[in-house]
Design a protein around this ligand. Sequence first.
Ligand SMILES: NC(=O)C1=CN([C@@H]2O[C@H](COP(=O)(O)OP(=O)(O)OC[C@H]3O[C@@H](n4cnc5c(N)ncnc54)[C@H](OP(=O)(O)O)[C@@H]3O)[C@@H](O)[C@H]2O)[C@@H](O)CC1
Ligand SMILES: Nc1ncnc2c1ncn2[C@@H]1O[C@H](COP(=O)(O)OP(=O)(O)O)[C@@H](O)[C@H]1O
Ligand SMILES: [K+]
Length: 480
Amino acid sequence: MLTAHTVAQVRAAEEVAAVEQGWDGLMQRAAGALVGHLLELVPADETVVVLVGPGNNGGDALFAAARLLERGRRVNLCLLDASKAHPAGLAAATGAGAQVVDRPEGHRVAVDALFGIGARPGLTGVAAEWAAWIERERPCVVAVDVPSGIGVDDGRLDGPAVRADHTITFGTMKPGLLLGPAAPLAGRVTVVDIGLDLAEQRAVESLELADGHRFRDRMVPSAADHKYSRGVVGVRAGSPEYAGAAHLCVAGAQAGPAGMVRFVGAPDLSHRVVDRAPEVVAGAGRVQAWVVGPGGEDSAEPLDAALADGVPVVVDATALGHLPDRFEVDALLTPHAGELAAMLGTERAEVEADPLAHARRAAERWSATVLLKGPRTLVVSTDGRVRVNTSGTPWLGTAGAGDVLAGFAGSLLARGLDAFDAGSVAALLHGLAAERVGGPFVASDIARALPGTLRDFCDGSRLMRGAEDEIHRRREEGRP
Ligand SMILES: NC(=O)C1=CN([C@@H]2O[C@H](COP(=O)(O)OP(=O)(O)OC[C@H]3O[C@@H](n4cnc5c(N)ncnc54)[C@H](OP(=O)(O)O)[C@@H]3O)[C@@H](O)[C@H]2O)[C@@H](O)CC1
Ligand SMILES: Nc1ncnc2c1ncn2[C@@H]1O[C@H](COP(=O)(O)OP(=O)(O)O)[C@@H](O)[C@H]1O
Ligand SMILES: [K+]
């Protein structure tokens, strides 16, 4: 699991680490890690230009520049404000032979050390001009800690910011490296250890394939299981206009770990669903979770009927327009940005500019877990936990992909995962299934790829456990 921490959490951990390592020690450690990566990333014959800001972010890069020069590399410096550049770092870099130049133009590799976690979002003046040069000329950019100008804690953009190809970040991920719209500006992110002890406190998490072990026992049936003990997921989806959504939602639900799928809808639609998927049982009956809304009639009735059962629900598409005042059951709302905007009475662009704040607002407002779909799907729980999904491909922007996701999440809910886990595991596996298929694809292809992806998620964890056991055995036996 990837974890990200806020600026305040990082600062607090730095205070503790500085007692042991000293502030200089911390900066030297950050610079050392940076040098290691720069030596790998930058071709030996390129002259690197370091964009140096007024704080410690610039300091890190100046010490790194000195060490690069000692290793025979060529480095130029662009100082945002010469009077504020880290004095010892500047002395080290220039002492090692760095040249100060006025402009970055002409360089093909740049290190962005304008601002780090001390940054306010949005660059102005000369910093904005340098960010514009990067947009225009697209040199290879390595950002130090974060791309300068992004909202470090929330991933917001408020004016120009640096677009990086790589970000070398210290101690932990930062939320802005994971959350849109800033996240794409970070490029490939590498977290380097500088001895910060951040332990359990975290602002944002991101599940990975290797996290299967956390969920395996709650998904894979045991010898004692039968179809009802595995959970039944009920689907109320589709309409004469959008019959396909019923099929896709059912296909997603069938791809999950529950033991049975029930479908409730108009007789004609029910027949069509069972014709295509003979395992589906049509008609009302007991379920452990409902999925309501994909391609459904614009009416309050389906969600009201589902809520009357008092079991967890996935609420998608048209049902998002008929929400109760607050949810009394564990609920997973799955809007895209346009739907969340309509729910909150705002504009889609507002949601896209600050997805986290809007998802949080909705989670509080309806007392439900909110899964906000997009290139970086967010899952926000009622108690403030946040997971962001980094799997998937832009090919997922295809009709019906969301219907499959809703059905699959419903199956996880019916199996007994809570809405936060169901939503975040569903988003992860949905994205991994898309990567597995490759694209272009249609939504049905994702539903077909989901069972294999789920199996790998669970099996992979078994392999991982095997590896962990082996490491443990070796340690006990004193072997390397
Ligand atoms: N703590 C440590 O020892 C360690 C820290 N480490 C490194 O330090 C970095 C944090 O350093 P930092 O706290 O000095 O902040 P940093 O981001 O360099 O700049 C703040 C300055 O920029 C200014 N400013 C901000 N935004 C602006 C804007 N949009 N436009 C214009 N100006 C703006 C701001 O001005 P002010 O807000 O005060 O007006 C202030 O002067 C961290 O990311 C990591 O790289 C590592 O070495 C490990 C040990
Ligand atoms: N650019 C993208 N990159 C990754 N995933 C995307 C992208 N665009 C959309 N998706 C994913 O595709 C799915 C689309 O769902 P949705 O908008 O509900 O479509 P539909 O209503 O047609 O089913 C969501 O899971 C979303 O996260
Ligand atoms: K930076």
